[in-house]
Design a protein around this ligand. Structure first.
Ligand code: GAL
Length: 994
């Protein structure tokens, strides 16, 4: 065995690396350990209880899943998919409808999600804002904050006082769940992508750091830099040209990897970036900006968001950043020493109600590993394999470059790292450049801990197409010595004094595994094909086999405890789950395995009739699957199999929806009683939007209406010259305005959606009807749909862009405006900032008449409503349907509401609908904009075993054909298994106010 000192190894590395520059200077690798209770770090990695850990994390937003019983489902799926950490954004606005008012109950119970994450064995990275971005309206700022004049995200006193209100509360919750206090929070983020660096922002950052510490947050603190810009790097960094800030760790985010085309097709994408050891980014480049803290990607794109008017990009995003992307990109990050890596998103979920920023529509599926209806996409299988490797080889944490090996093909590169303490190796094999897609055969020659090898010894290895291999060498696993393997390690387990390893490779490729023994061991091929040879001089046992289905090899003697090797192709390997004290093959998901008193209890899901095979201790006397006994028998390969297949889900049948309807825009009528509405005057103007002189402050936020729809009614005295009304309005991406004069619809205007920044304000002119052109009193009624406030990505107060009307003027022909005073009244959501329905909360409602009178709620009595109309009126028409569901128990089904022809992203018909299920606004459908037509409803919002109500608020211009298309319930997925889900508690009715 060749042993080298660490210093010697580093010298070798510096001499032999062919990469132009080691971006993270290796001399800093001796940086001292900094300790924050149970969490500590040095330059190489985070440590928990003094043990180095690769932090392999995925992002989840509980606020995007308003059924808290399902949070655990997502957490378990992340855990089962190999993640050891979950990163969580908290949305300030979600908890605070009004300054000083906060809610952390029900769907807002953040204590619960943190507790459950710990129970599921996940570490947590908390990201508490105050600003989070996250494609949320106002980037997560509360509605009321837009009425503050001072610049947000600076040390403006009013802003900081507001932020402190939030932080005091959320920090108190987070503090309880820190690993230092018995929970599992290990890292905490204090701001997000604050990319300007004024002194006011520096003071603000100092304040945020002090606030977190003052609130009892004791784990390391960080900021998430938007890319590798060197913003808010810890003071300890001596690198020039970076912006220092009050952080313990430097973290950044990145979304490389190409995009989908407008047609929804993946592009080839760029090569994986070297953002750590192997990069050439210069002083500001990634991990190098802070050489004495571990490299930390607080977000790495695991998908991408989709926007109003696209052709439907989520499935494409899932492919673009899918299986092979993950292998190449996450592997390259790991090879670069990025030992803290968080995939954004692990589960995207739903931007329900008025959560979405103008840029996105309701679904925040993101193309992530867990889809919006909570299905594990195939890309999750590969995450499980990387997570399995990280769990099986703790030596991967804190590795450093070990010198470039000789690779026989110019098209292939190998990142070669070593653990300075154990000398274990990581060989990340990919194309050169890594987005290459040729079919290459090659060998690797390297000085490995157990000697110099050219591997494989038999046939060359193959890298076929865009792909990477995560190989390890010179590692001790259990009591075995893995000299190298050209197969990848997915799982390992030691049980009853024997070791088990699950290795896999691409179907049809050959694999070679070299193990070290004192003397010739006995090798038995129990299943499939494999050959072995022993080199007595070195003590090397070489196994050669094809990756085809499965081979099982048992090695005994040779001076080591017995070893079982499961050698699988990929399709076979992804069927295995390493959970608790067992390795389980078969089910679509294994959530947990526990051993108690001789009974092995396995909990999981099946998608179909499924065989079950288990490796576990001999002490296991009985096996239970989802609380039912399973009869098993031992196999010749040391496992046990179930005598009978596990059952799959029963078929689902869903009712046909029938509708009653009522017209819901009575505000349009001149005689409508608006006496209780606020007068739109006299409120201070805090918006950044310039408004023409002499106009009253019409912006909806000034009157306490921050989300959804708002109505205006204006009274004016006509003049014979008055021909038009000109409006300037703010409404977010794909927002709109509808206008009536004296009860006559005069038209509507819609804003386009689209990236990168949607058009969020608009101007429109409407002709006044002849009857309104004369003298006399007239009434103009205007409905503005506010599709969200801008985010504050550039910390320029863009979230304070005005919403609702900005100005309105009566004009003569040619656009000459008169000083016709209009007495405006305004009405938005019922109660404004004082919510009548705090359970559903701030994001659920806007100011439609039907919302103010409770038509969206299940308890509303619609007996007097009519059958669905056959023609359409301008304005909003409500449809309600009541139906019973009796879905199979013990089954996890995601039911969705689907509009029209789900094969096309857009309809010819021009209309939009707010979708309320049992009172919950689960999204907005815009028929002619698209692309989302199918709206999943989480169980708990939908009652799978009882009565449900769907209410649709359908808004149209009234043109023939612009009306609701057929709406049906569809099943997006169903499995047998799942977790018990209770209905989310929320009122059945509210007191109407018009
Ligand atoms: C990041 C940001 C996230 C999210 C993401 C894109 O830059 O930190 O909040 O907006 O981009 O989905």
């Amino acid at each position: 065995m060749i042993k080298r000192s660490t210093a010697g190894m580093l010298a070798l590395l510096l001499a032999s690396t062919a990469h132009a520059q080691v971006a993270k200077p290796t001399e800093n690798l001796a940086a001292p350990v900094k300790t924050f209770g149970r969490v500590s770090y040095d330059a190489r990695s985070l440590m928990i209880d003094g043990k180095r850990r690769v932090i392999w994390s995925a992002e989840f937003h509980p606020f995007r899943l308003p059924s808290p019983d399902l949070w655990r489902d997502v957490l378990q799926k992340l855990k089962a998919s190999g993640f050891n950490t979950v990163a969580i954004y908290f949305d300030w606005g979600y908890h605070s409808p009004k300054q000083g008012v906060y809610d952390f109950t029900g769907i807002r119970d953040m204590d619960r999600v943190l507790r459950e994450a710990a129970e599921e064995g996940l570490y947590v990275i908390t990201r508490a804002g105050p600003y989070v971005n996250a494609e949320l309206s106002r980037g997560g700022f509360p509605g009321w904050l837009v009425n503050q004049r001072g610049r947000a995200r600076t040390d403006d006193a009013a802003y900081m006082a507001a932020a402190d209100e939030w932080l005091t509360r959320i920090d108190a919750i987070i503090a309880r769940h820190q690993i230092n206090n018995g929970g599992s929070v290990i890292l905490h983020q204090i701001e997000n992508e604050l990319a300007l660096t004024t002194s006011a922002q520096r003071r603000y950052m100092d304040h945020l750091y002090a606030k977190a510490r003052g609130d009892g947050i004791t784990v390391p603190l960080f900021h998430n830099d938007q890319g590798r810009n060197g913003y808010w790097v810890p003071e300890s960094s001596t690198v020039a040209n970076v912006v220092h800030g009050p952080n313990d760790l430097y973290a950044f985010d990145g979304y490389p990897g190409g995009t989908c085309t407008a047609q929804g097709k993946p592009t080839r994408g760029s090569a994986a970036p070297d953002w750590g050891y192997y990069g050439t980014g210069g002083a500001k480049g990634g991990a190098s900006a802070s050489p004495d803290t571990p490299a930390f990607l607080a977000e790495f794109g695991g998908g991408w968001f989709d926007y109003w008017g696209s052709n439907g990009g989520y499935d494409c995003n899932a492919i673009q950043r899918g299986k092979r992307f993950q292998r190449v990109f996450y592997g390259t990050n790991l090879a670069n020493g990025i030992d803290i890596q968080s995939v954004y998103m692990g589960y995207g979920g739903t931007s329900w109600g008025w959560l979405p920023a103008p840029v996105v529509f309701t679904s925040y599926d993101y193309g992530s590993a867990i889809s919006e209806p909570r299905e594990l996409r195939t890309k999750a299988e590969e995450m499980k394999q990387l997570g399995g490797l990280i769990a099986a080889v703790p030596d991967l944490a804190g590795m450093v470059p070990a010198g470039e090996p000789i690779v026989s093909s110019p098209n292939v590169q190998v990142y070669h790292n070593k653990n300075p303490e154990t000398d274990a190796r990581f060989l990340m094999v990919t194309h050169k450049p890594s987005n290459g897609s040729t079919d290459d055969r090659f060998t690797i020659t390297a000085d490995l801990p157990d000697g110099r090898y050219t591997l494989p010894a038999a046939e060359p290895m193959r890298l076929n197409g865009f792909d990477a291999k995560w190989l390890v060498a010179g590692v001790t696993i259990g009591k075995q010595r893995l000299v190298y393997s050209t197969s990848e390690l997915q799982a390992a387990m030691s049980v009853d004094g024997s070791d088990l390893m699950l290795l896999y490779g691409r179907a049809g490729e050959s694999g070679e595994t070299m193990l070290r023994y004192e003397s010739a061991p006995q090798v038995r091929v129990l299943e499939g094909q494999a050959t072995s040879r022993f080199d007595a001089a070195k003590g090397d046992l070489r196994l050669d086999y094809p990756h085809q289905g499965r081979a099982v090899v048992r090695v005994e003697g040779g001076g080591r405890p017995p070893l079982t090797l499961i050698l699988a192709d990929e399709a076979e390997a992804v069927r295995y789950w390493r959970q608790g004290p067992a390795l389980v093959r078969g089910p679509a998901l294994v959530r947990s395995v526990t051993l108690k008193g001789g009974t092995l209890a396995i909990i999981g899901d099946t998608r179909e009739d499924t065989p079950l095979e288990i490796w576990a201790a001999k002490a296991v006397k009985s096996i239970r699957w989802n609380d039912s006994a399973v009869a098993t028998r031992p196999t010749a390969i040391g496992s046990r199999t179930a005598e009978r297949n596990l059952a799959g889900p029963a078929p689902i049948s869903l009712p046909t929806l029938t509708w009653r309807a009522a017209y819901g825009s009575p505000e349009a009528q001149p005689g409508f009683d608006d006496s209780m509405w606020q007068s739109a005057e006299g409120k201070p103007y805090a918006s950044i939007t310039a408004r023409p002189d002499g106009q009253p402050n019409l912006s909806m936020d000034a009157y306490g209406f921050h989300d959804g729809d708002v109505w205006y009614r204006g009274r004016f005295t006509g003049t014979p010259d008055a021909k038009q009304i000109a409006l300037y309005y703010g409404a977010g991406g794909s927002g709109m305005v509808q206008v009536w004069v004296d009860g006559r619809f005069v038209g509507q205007d819609e804003l386009p959606g689209g990236l990168p920044r949607p058009i969020t304000t608009g101007t429109a002119r409407f002709d006044l009807p002849a009857s309104a052109q004369g003298t006399g009193e007239h009434v103009v009624s205007i409905m503005v749909r506010n599709n969200g406030h801008n985010w504050d990505l550039d910390s320029d107060d863009a979230h304070k862009e005005a919403r609702g009307l900005i100005s309105a003027s009566i004009e003569a022909p040619g656009g000459r405006s008169f000083a016709v005073p209009v007495a405006w009244k305004i009405q938005g959501k019922q109660g404004g900032e004082d919510l009548p329905d705090p359970a559903r909360g701030v994001a659920n409602n806007g100011g439609q008449y039907g919302e103010r009178t409770g038509w969206h709620l299940p308890g509303f009595d619609d007996a007097k409503w009519q059958a669905a109309p056959t023609s359409v009126q301008p304005g909003t028409t409500w449809y309600r349907s009541r139906f019973d569901l009796a879905l199979p128990k013990g089954q996890d089904t995601t039911v969705a509401v689907a509009f029209g022809d789900t094969d096309t992203p857009r309809s010819v018909a021009r209309y939009r609908a707010l979708v309320f299920v049992n009172g919950w606004n689960i999204g907005q459908f815009i028929a002619h904009v698209g692309p989302q037509r199918v709206f999943p409803i989480p169980e708990g919002i939908l009652n799978h075993h009882g009565t449900n109500t769907i209410a649709l608020a359908v808004t149209s211009d009234g043109a023939p054909g612009d009306m609701l298309e057929p709406v049906k319930l569809v099943t997006m997925r169903t499995v047998k298994g799942g977790l018990p889900v209770r209905m989310v508690d929320a009122p059945q009715r509210i007191e109407a106010s018009k």
